[in-house]
Write a protein that binds this ligand. Structure first.
Ligand code: 16G
Length: 225
């Protein structure tokens, strides 16, 4: 499992420029090297350059103390798109801190990852990895939903925001929200929305989210899984 070897290599790692670990090999594809792990092509779910190119300095919605950014989320931390191999880096265990995840097998995870991968410009699942342990310790999803309305525009949904309990107080939830909110604008969403508990309404308001007058969040649930 990748660990310290990638420290400091930032987002380039997901493009396959990092050092090889046991069980990994690299393959040239379309001029870009890709990580192959346990026989799986470890392509990121979306283009990592989108994170690198976000205007974090010029478009400040919130402030950080100390200063952090997608390229510099903190010591020994790496922010990047979800990769297939994150199943082995505790991604599902982390999601278990948000809600019920069930018993998802590697095959089920792979199949769902492929489904998402085959919907270009739609699933922007963004994770934070602790490069000392190789574990995923934070995640948030931006889902772009294509529309006919608003001149064939799209809306963005923020979903499944979770930061490992042991990593609280490092501004990582703030960084994930800030990043995905900016990314939504960057990929052409005309509005962004999310659902949350009363106790975190204030947190989301700091990023410009508001309860819109006359609009209600309605939900119908089927059999619990
Ligand atoms: C929260 C999440 C939502 C997630 C749901 C899971 C955010 C902003 N909201 O509402 O994305 O899907 O919890 O709860 O992260 P459920 O399993 O009861 O639907």
């Amino acid at each position: 499992m990748p660990g310290k070897a990638y420290e400091g290599e930032g987002l380039d790692r997901v493009k396959g420029r990092g050092r090889k670990e046991k069980g990994e090999r690299r393959r040239e594809k379309g001029g870009e090297e890709q990580l192959i792990q346990n026989g799986h092509e470890d392509k990121p779910l979306y283009d990592p350059s989108l994170l690198r190119d976000l205007d974090f300095e010029g478009d400040k919605q919130v402030t950080y103390d100390p200063e952090i950014s997608p390229q510099n989320p903190g010591e020994n931390l790496l922010m990047r798109p979800l990769c297939r191999s994150d199943f082995d880096r505790g991604y599902m265990v982390l999601l278990g801190q948000l809600t019920k995840v069930g018993e998802v097998t590697r095959e089920e995870f792979d199949e769902r990852f492929s489904t998402m991968e085959n919907c270009p410009d739609t699933y922007y699942i963004t994770v934070i990895e602790d490069t000392t342990t190789g574990q995923i310790i934070g995640s948030a999803s931006l889902i772009k939903e294509f529309k006919f309305i608003r001149q064939c525009s799209a809306r963005g949904r923020i979903e499944d925001v979770v930061v490992d309990n042991a990593y609280r107080g490092k501004q990582l939830g703030k960084l994930l929200l800030d990043t995905l909110t900016k990314l939504g604008k960057r990929v052409g969403c005309y509005k962004m929305s999310l659902e949350c508990l009363d106790k975190v309404v204030g947190f989301y308001e700091t990023f410009g989210y508001r309860k819109e007058e006359g609009q209600n969040y309605m939900c119908r649930r089927y059999q619990p899984k």
